[in-house]
Ligand binder design. Structure first.
Ligand SMILES: NC(=O)c1ccc[n+]([C@@H]2O[C@H](COP(=O)([O-])OP(=O)(O)OC[C@H]3O[C@@H](n4cnc5c(N)ncnc54)[C@H](OP(=O)(O)O)[C@@H]3O)[C@@H](O)[C@H]2O)c1
Length: 245
């Protein structure tokens, strides 16, 4: 919850050590948020902490260890004296088709997200104060694609999970906002060697647009906005054409 005396907003970013999460942390710090920063590479989080202009709280978290991650989140919220926004950005891009690797991705992108989003929802519900859950999903959730079968499925899982949480919040008249962020191609470690990308955006620009979407409590935001067009197209293309692409 916001600090009542200072009015400072508080956010936790899960998967803050690089790429979109790192830049979003810097942007939200500039906008006055106190931040809880989590990931496995705590050395990078410590470096990031020095780039932030507001208070930061660093915690090691492996989003694959679901029960432990939930426990760490709870302790972090306590250390911060409450939280207004919880962002799940942790993610892996894996498309080798090898089950061990794919399964690890499911555990981070899908089950890891559910473990945290479930915790966050129950926390905000119990606190009876306004709260916001933000999931960084992807345009890849739109339609199954041969290039990234498991990855796309994890992102579609996130879309659906957030829809459900939004429904529940509305039905129970809870002041909980759910924001689904759907980036297109962003220049980060994840996309370093990826071929065939287009409309590639920097993580800095993506972070600004994501922070805008969070602050205006958008339900869904495509990053950058033009990916909405691609989302509609992906849905409309008939199978006989899609299957040739
Ligand atoms: N780049 C794109 O084009 C693009 C497009 C659409 C959606 N996205 C999504 O955006 C998010 C951020 O990706 P990015 O492009 O910024 O890639 P990135 O630079 O590789 O960042 C991934 C982040 O996830 C964290 N992470 C990975 N596995 C984790 C685990 N087991 N436990 C905790 N944290 C973990 C990493 O932290 P540690 O390794 O330090 O743990 C890192 O902070 C992902 O969810 C990705 O699917 C990216």
């Amino acid at each position: 919850m916001s600090d009542k005396q200072t009015g400072t907003k508080k956010a936790i970013i899960i998967g803050a050590s690089s790429g979109i999460g790192k830049e979003l942390s810097i942007e939200m710090s500039k906008r006055g948020y106190e931040l809880g920063l989590t990931a496995r590479r705590t050395n990078l989080l410590e470096e990031l902490s020095r780039l932030c202009v507001t208070n930061t709280f660093v915690e090691y978290m492996d989003a694959q260890n679901h029960d432990e991650a939930r426990e760490i989140l709870g302790k972090l919220i306590e250390r911060m004296g409450g939280v207004d926004v919880i962002v799940y950005n942790a993610g892996i891009g894996e498309s080798s088709g090898k089950w061990e690797k794919e399964n690890a991705m499911h555990q981070v992108n899908a089950v890891g997200f559910a473990a945290i989003a479930n915790y966050a929802f129950n926390y905000f519900r119990k606190s009876e104060l306004p709260g916001q859950i933000v999931g960084i999903s992807s345009i890849a959730g739109t339609r199954g694609m041969r290039h990234a079968i498991g990855y796309g499925a994890t992102k579609a899982f996130m879309w659906n999970y957030m829809q459900g949480q939004r429904h529940k919040a509305a039905f129970e008249k809870l002041p909980i906002h759910i924001t689904d962020i759907r980036p297109g191609f962003i220049d980060t470690e994840m996309t370093k060697d990826q071929k065939g990308m287009f409309w590639v955006q920097t993580a800095e620009k993506a972070a600004k647009q994501i922070a805008d979407a969070i602050e205006s409590k958008r339900k869904v935001a495509y990053i950058t906005g033009r990916w909405l067009i691609m989302g509609v197209l992906f849905r409309l293309i008939p199978d006989f054409i899609w299957h040739k692409s």
